[in-house]
Design a protein around this ligand. Sequence first.
Ligand code: FEO
Length: 399
Amino acid sequence: MEKKISEKIRYVGVNDHTKVIFEGMWPLPFGVSYNSYLVVDEKVALIDTVEAGFEKEYLGNIRNEIGDRKIDYLVVNHMEPDHSSLIAAIREQYPDIRIITSAKAVPMIKGYHGLTDNIHAVKEGESISLGKSSLAFYMAPMVHWPETMVTYLEDEKTLFSGDAFGTFGAVDGGIRDSEAHLCGWLDKSENCFAEFKSEMTRYYSNIVGKYGQTVQAALKKLSGLQIGRICSTHGPVWENHVADVVSYYDRLSKYEAEKGVCIVYGSMYGNTAEAAKSLAAELAKRGVKYAIHNLCTENVSFAYRDLFKYDTLAVGAPTYNNDIFPPVYNFMYGVCARLVRNRKFFAFGSFTWAGASVRLLNEMATKQGFELVSDGICFPQAYSARKCDMAAVADMMAK
Ligand code: FEO
C-alpha cells in the first residue's frame, strides 16, 4: 500500500482481517483498519497507535518510513485500546518519546500502561512545533469517550480526527479515498464515500450513536478550521469527500433519516415473522424503502444501522413472560440508550393467552418521544387466521 499521504504525512496503520466481533459485540464482515500516522518534519510525531497483536507489522511500518530516526512525540487522541494498546510498546522502542494528550487521558495511560513520566496534557487550542509545521489540539469530549481530542496540522489543513468520520471495513490497497475500496465488498464504486457509507452508518450507530449532542458540539467547534483532509482512526483518508462525510456526520448526529421503514422483529414460532414479512410486502407494493431484520438470526448491529438510516421504526415481538420477547427488548433498550429521536413508530406481535408486548413497546417508544403510526397490531395465535390490516399500516407509512 502507498503509505505517503503527503510529503509530511505517512500512513503506518494496519488492517485487521481476523477479528470477527469488534468491542465484543459488532460483526466485522469486511474487517477493520486501525489507522496511525507519522507527521515527519524537523521533528517527528506519531498520531495514535494500533490494536494489540500487530506490534511487528506496526513497528515495521514505522521503520519503513523513517528508518532509525527517533520519534519525538506520540499524540494520543483517544484511549480506547484499539488505538492505545501499543503505547507502552512504542515507549519501549522510543524511550525518549513525549506523550501529548488530553488531561483526561493521563490517568487512563497510567491505568492501562503504568506510564506516568514524560507526558504532557495539552490545553484547548495549544500547539507544538515540529519545525516548519505545528500541530494544534482541540478537545472533543464524548466523541465517544471523555478524553477524546483531535489534532490539526494547519499547513496541510489536515484533521487527525480520532474515531470521528471513521468506518468499519479494512482498507487494503490504498488508504486515500481516491483509491480505497472496502475489502470484500463486491460492488466497487468510483465513489469511495458511497462504497463505505453503509459501514460508516453501522460504525456510527453501533458505537457513537448515543453521543449526537457532543458530536454536534465537536462539529461546531471544528467548523472554524479549514479542513482539506481527514485522517480518521478507521477507514479511508478523506480528501475528495470531506464535505460528504462532515455533512453525513451532521445528519447522523441530529438523528436525521431518510424516508423508509426499518422493520425489526423476533419470532418464536413464525407468527410475528409472518406479520413482519406481510408489512414488508405491503411496503414493497407501495414503493416504500424498507429493511427487515430478524433478531433471532442476525446480530443487532445491522438493525441499529437501519434504525439510523430510516425515519420509521416498526418493531415486532411476541409476548414472552408477560413482557417483550428478550432479543427485541434488548434492541429497544439499545434504541433508548442511543437517545434516538425523530422517529415514527409501529409495534406488532403475537401472543397466545395474554398480550403485553405491543403495549410495552409502545410505552418505550412514547417515552422516547416517537410518534406512533397507530396503536399497533397485537394478535392472538396464528397471524394467518387473523385479518390484520398491514395494508392500512403501510398506507400510513407511505404518506
Ligand atoms: Fe476506534 Fe473508540 O476506538
